[in-house]
Design a binder for this molecule. Sequence first.
Ligand SMILES: [Zn+2]
Length: 98
Amino acid sequence: MIDLTVRFTNKVIVNLTSGCWEWTSTIDRGGYGRFKLLGKLRQAHRVGYELLVGPIPAGCDLDHMCENRRCVNPAHLEAVSHAENCHRIYHRDVSLAA
Ligand SMILES: [Zn+2]
């Protein structure tokens, strides 16, 4: 059996400009990468974060600070509460619309 970390990183291409780890496998309708783990499809950035950083605190979302949903680089992800993540997304959208 191939090591999980190897299987995961085989699906990633590093963008040398942004530093993003671009997911090259399945992408869901929301634009997030998908990774099959223990028979279940999971969001790739969450799997990567758990593999390389540690457990995501209960009830937390991972905010893409690079705003690239395909990105699975744990250094570009921050665990925040769901409310905080919605707040950030709202303010980003407002600033993009301005
Ligand atoms: Zn990124």
